[in-house]
Structures are given as structure tokens and as C-alpha cells.
Design a protein around this ligand. Structure first.
Ligand code: SF4
Ligand code: F3S
Length: 107
């Protein structure tokens, strides 16, 4: 089992999640973070830390967001590791809660 970062992280990237992860399994792209599924130990600490409510257990990913399971696995292989919190993206508040942000994902 792993946890998965989903749609509402895109263009927000608050990064509160990385501070609590005991195994440092978050990876960072230009406007999104992902969790490496082979490294996540399923501790659930990150889920309540995300102000955007973007993190879910693999078996609780909301309907229509299944593709994020594969996407986390794929991008975690190519993006660099992130272990320290940084400032959110400048327009985070404006984008927080907007639906279907996948077309805005930058790789
Ligand atoms: Fe890290 Fe735990 Fe979140 Fe997995 S569930 S990403 S191990 S904080
Ligand atoms: Fe993204 Fe939430 Fe972490 S917005 S960077 S999953 S705190």
C-alpha cells in the first residue's frame, strides 16, 4: 500500500507533506509532488498535513483520480527527491480547490 498525491496539489505545491515523511519518499516536479510507491511505508502522517487535501491512501483515491496512482509511480522515478518544506507556488491560493488541473501539470 502507498499514499498518492492527487489533482489538487497541481499549481499549489504547499510542501507541508515532505516535512513529516519519515522515509523522505516525496519527489518534486515544477508544479506538483509525487510519492514513490515502493518507498512509502504507509504511515499516513502526510495525509492530514496537506492544506489542499490532495493526499489519499491508494485504496481511497477519489473517483476519477485513479490515473494519479500510475502518475505518482512514473514521475517518482524521474523527478528529484524533496525533503524540506519551501514556499507554495505564488498562485496557490487561487488554484486551491479548482477541479481537473491535470492539463496544467508540468513535467
Ligand atoms: Fe511518507 Fe508516510 Fe506519507 Fe508514505 S504515508 S508518503 S511514508 S508520510
Ligand atoms: Fe502538494 Fe499538499 Fe504536499 S499541495 S506538495 S501534497 S502539502
Amino acid at each position: 500500500m502507498t499514499f498518492v498525491v492527487t489533482d489538487n496539489c497541481i499549481k499549489c505545491k504547499y510542501t507541508d507533506c515532505v516535512e513529516v515523511c519519515p522515509v523522505d519518499c516525496f519527489y518534486e516536479g515544477p508544479n506538483f509532488l509525487v510519492i514513490h510507491p515502493d518507498e512509502c511505508i504507509d504511515c499516513a502522517l502526510c495525509e492530514p498535513e496537506c492544506p489542499a487535501v490532495a493526499i489519499f491512501s491508494e485504496d481511497e483515491v477519489p473517483q476519477g483520480m485513479d490515473s494519479f496512482i500510475k502518475l505518482n509511480a512514473e514521475l517518482a522515478e524521474i523527478w528529484p527527491n524533496i525533503t524540506e518544506k519551501k514556499d507554495p507556488l505564488p498562485d496557490a491560493a487561487e488554484w486551491d480547490g479548482q477541479k481537473n488541473k491535470l492539463p496544467h501539470l508540468e513535467r
